[in-house]
Design a protein around this ligand. Structure first.
Ligand SMILES: NC(=O)c1ccc[n+]([C@@H]2O[C@H](COP(=O)([O-])OP(=O)(O)OC[C@H]3O[C@@H](n4cnc5c(N)ncnc54)[C@H](OP(=O)(O)O)[C@@H]3O)[C@@H](O)[C@H]2O)c1
Length: 354
């Protein structure tokens, strides 16, 4: 029993079938408890299995790569499916001019609800950050339910989160700051029109920041052991470069979103119009969506903060790249069809490239 196997006497015929089933269940529970309590059980095997968190991000990235290719190369799906596809990839202004069957209007949610995503993120990622700070400062272990969730996502034992890396805490802080800034921008800077998103996009947006926060903690299990290096002595050059890139990308995003808002307001900040105008100035001269480019750079900056060594975070970056590339291409095509004088040299998302 000590290794989680059934005792010798537990053979069919010597005990009832019911007892046998009970023993098998307790044997499985025993294995799992050993696993989460950080004993050696199957630890080596877990290192070589593909973590569920990586599978999730890979599949999400794949969905957006396929969607981007279908859209970019104008590949058409069968009728009904094409309607649903267009409904799911578009939101806001890029949804305005497409004809949608009336039953699809039922799934509309106001685009103003974007702020809910960041409100959830500020609360959830703030809570996770608090647990991490307590773990580093007071040497408290993370709560059991959180360790169980991380175990499900990575298959790694409990002691993988005994020592949190400085990189993890830094990414958690950056993620929280990013979410708070975006929440404040949604509430006090951006001027929303009556654009809509699909209810599936809304549900996805709510779950996205919950998974993202857990993903940051998952990375701790895959970073090289810090050994006996004291927490603040782990600080290194890539933390500084990642943080600087994060600050610059955040400023670029804020500036771009402020410029979009200014196109709808007068000098006193009073809303004059809800129309979609042609953006001009700064990075908008290079790309149609500098705020999407900035979003990608924010995630790259977080990858730099963990020494570019986390496959999991690169899968997140891959997802953001294609998610934002798709949104940018839709927006770019919208501007080109709406404004006859739209600058030909302007790209959608990455200057001179895409
Ligand atoms: N990480 C992710 O998975 C993810 C996913 C989506 C978005 N985001 C980020 O969230 C931020 C906002 O994204 P978004 O898709 O909502 O951006 P967006 O469509 O450009 O909208 C941003 C704001 O500008 C307004 N606006 C857009 N185009 C305009 C124009 N031509 N003239 C005047 N106002 C205009 C919008 O109003 P209306 O649209 O209401 O008219 C909205 O208030 C971006 O920085 C993006 O990177 C991240």
């Amino acid at each position: 029993m000590a290794d989680g196997t059934l005792p010798d006497h537990a053979v069919e015929g010597s005990i009832s079938e019911f007892q046998l089933v009970e023993l098998k269940i307790s044997s499985i529970c025993f294995r799992r408890n050993n696993y989460t309590r950080g004993r050696k059980y199957d630890d080596a095997a877990a290192m070589h299995t593909i973590a569920i968190v990586n599978i999730i991000w890979f599949l999400l990235a794949l969905c957006f790569i396929v969607a981007f290719c279908l859209y970019k190369f104008s590949l058409k799906l069968p009728n009904r499916l094409e309607d649903v596809f267009q409904d799911l990839i578009r939101y806001g202004k890029t949804k305005e001019h497409i004809k949608r069957p009336s039953w699809q209007l039922f799934f509309n949610v106001s685009k103003r609800c974007f702020s809910h995503f960041y409100a959830v993120s500020v609360m959830w990622n703030g809570l996770l950050l608090l647990f991490s700070i307590r773990s580093v400062v007071m040497r408290e272990t993370l709560p059991d339910w959180l360790i169980d969730a991380l175990w499900c996502l990575t298959g790694r034992p409990r002691d993988a989160w005994n020592e949190l890396h400085l990189s993890i805490l830094l990414i958690q802080v950056l993620l929280w700051v990013h979410s708070l800034r975006r929440l404040l921008e949604c509430l006090f800077v951006s001027v929303f029109s009556n654009g809509v998103i699909h209810i599936v996009q809304y549900a996805f947006g709510l779950g996205y920041y919950v998974l993202l926060g857990l993903t940051v903690l998952c990375i701790n299990a895959s970073l090289p052991q810090s050994g006996a290096v004291p927490f603040f002595k782990q600080l290194t050059w890539y933390h500084a470069i990642g943080t600087l890139l994060f600050i610059w990308a955040s400023l670029l995003q804020h500036w771009s979103l402020s410029l979009l808002a200014k196109m709808r307001t007068d000098n006193s900040g009073k809303v004059e119009t809800l129309a979609h105008k042609m953006p001009r100035g700064g990075w908008f001269e290079l790309v149609s969506c500098p705020h999407y480019l900035a979003e990608l750079l924010i995630y790259v900056a977080m990858s730099v903060c963990c020494g570019c060594s986390s496959l999991t975070w690169w899968l997140v970056v891959l997802y953001v790249l294609y998610n934002q590339a798709l949104a940018a291409q839709l927006c770019h095509d919208y501007y080109r069809s709406k404004f006859e004088t739209y600058p030909r040299q302007r790209k959608a998302f990455i200057p001179f490239v895409l």
